[in-house]
Design a protein around this ligand. Structure first.
Ligand code: GAR
Length: 213
């Protein structure tokens, strides 16, 4: 049976699109079973609809607590039986309730070379620090914000004329290469979170994860 993905978004969904394109091109043996957004105006919802994928919109502001919202997400995702829950620009902090429910099956992409620059405004912070390189990281999600075990990273070099916007574009191109690759490892059951850390083909990965050439 196909590996079933639930993709969670809050924005334009270019990573979702890269995943859909990889499936279409035969590079990713998975199925996007559902796309969930916490914002009704997320551009990624139109991409999902275009691809004929069921969508769920849940406004976090309609819930009285983070836990109530997260429980509603769990309830709405359950019928789709996701093997992996993919955070693709989902801009909500998840409660331990949600993280524990999907432990070992919950993956996030973050626009920095973690452990550098957890949180927001990562491109501006890398520029401000005078870094010569920047990039993106994919990690298993744990209860520590942007702190879970690393699976893979892709780097970009920072040029003299880079702005947060130009850097964001460069990093996103790398994200679109990296997410389908990592998800194909999941689909092929090559990637797991174990007591020994992240393993690929049963072997522990280096602390910073696989480095995309
Ligand atoms: C991506 O660059 C992703 O790394 C970032 O949001 C963007 C979503 O773009 N995620 C975070 O900042 C999570 N903290 P997209 O909607 O076009 O895929």
């Amino acid at each position: 049976m196909n590996h079933r993905l639930a993709v969670l978004i809050s924005g334009s969904g270019t990573n979702l699109q890269a995943i859909l394109d990889a499936i279409h091109d035969g590079d990713l043996d998975a199925e996007v079973a559902v796309v969930l957004s916490n914002r009704a105006d997320a551009g990624g919802l139109a991409r999902a609809a275009e691809a004929g994928i069921p969508t769920v919109t849940l406004n976090h502001k309609s819930f009285e607590s983070r836990e109530a919202f997260d429980q509603a997400m769990i309830d709405r995702l359950a019928p789709y039986q996701p093997d992996t829950v993919v955070l693709a620009g989902f801009m909500r902090i998840l409660s331990p309730l949600f993280v524990r429910h999907y432990a070992g099956r919950l993956i996030n992409i973050h626009p920095s070379l973690l452990p550098k620059y957890r949180g927001l405004n990562t491109h501006a912070r890398a520029l401000e620090a005078g870094d010569s390189e920047h990039g993106c990281s994919i990690h298993f999600v744990t209860e520590e914000l942007d702190g879970g075990p690393l699976i893979a990273q892709a780097r970009v070099s920072i040029g003299e004329n880079d702005s947060p916007e130009s850097l964001s574009k460069k990093v996103q191109l790398r994200e679109h290469q990296l997410y389908p690759l990592v998800l194909q490892w999941r689909a092929r059951q090559r990637l797991a979170l174990t007591d020994e850390g992240v393993t690929l083909d049963g072997k522990p990965l280096a602390e910073q994860g696989y480095q995309l050439p």
